[in-house]
Design a binder for this molecule. Structure first.
Ligand SMILES: [Zn+2]
Length: 214
């Protein structure tokens, strides 16, 4: 690779790269074990991190309430509209007053019953549509609530060094490199690229490649 000085035979190289932490293969060509193990360790760490479960629960609880409230409003509005229509029918008032047995001709009674039946069916279909429409809004509503969650990345210089992990904390880590590393940790593809460069600050991904799932 360009830029890497190859020391003369027999000389020590201060920046000699280590073998694969998992299978002990030479660093070049690069094998996939460290990247895979790190991705797995990250997945497991995220699973252990209870804040994520809390965020998910908070977002889904609020989204559900939001969808149910929206549905209730739509159903209410639809009911009012159907009721307003029925009240325009000439015999509806007397039909209600006499609890469905008004003293009117069988023909008028048949007509009002026909309209009520139709209105009922239309109302049911409309309510189903209201619910379907409300549920279709879940993706945007979840985005909305997740967007309200504040995520703060601490400044590494402020993080106390934890015993046993001398690589923690920001001492001696240049600002530019720190930011880059944080961004690179977004996906494993970038972890692969950064693997060798970040060695020494990123602890090897666990014991001999044995990782429990779940
Ligand atoms: Zn390997």
């Amino acid at each position: 690779m360009a830029g890497i000085m190859i020391p003369p035979p027999g000389m020590l190289s201060p920046t000699i790269d280590a073998n694969c932490a998992i299978c002990n293969a030479p660093p070049i060509p690069e094998c996939p074990h460290e990247v895979e193990s790190l991705a797995l360790a990250l997945d497991q760490a995220v699973t252990r991190w209870t804040r994520l479960a809390e965020i998910r629960q908070w977002a889904v609880d609020n989204a559900k309430n939001c969808v149910i409230r929206t549905f209730n409003q739509r159903r209410e509005a639809r009911y009012a509209k159907v009721l307003a229509f029925l009240e325009t029918l000439p015999c509806y008032g007397i039909y209600v007053r006499y609890a469905g047995h008004p003293p009117i001709t069988p023909q008028l009674l048949g007509e009002i019953q026909y309209h009520i039946r139709n209105a009922n069916e239309a109302f049911k279909a409309g309510v189903n549509e209201d619910w379907r429409r409300s549920c279709m809004e879940y993706p945007g509503i979840l985005d909305h609530f997740l967007g309200l969650v504040e995520v703060r990345f601490p400044v590494l210089e402020e993080v106390a060094v934890v015993a046993g992990y001398p690589g923690l904390g920001g001492a001696g880590v240049p600002e530019q490199k720190r930011v880059k590393t944080r961004r690179d940790s977004v996906n494993t593809g970038d972890l692969r690229k950064e693997r060798r460069r970040s060695r020494g600050r990123t602890p090897p991904a666990g014991g001999e490649g044995h990782y429990r799932r779940g």
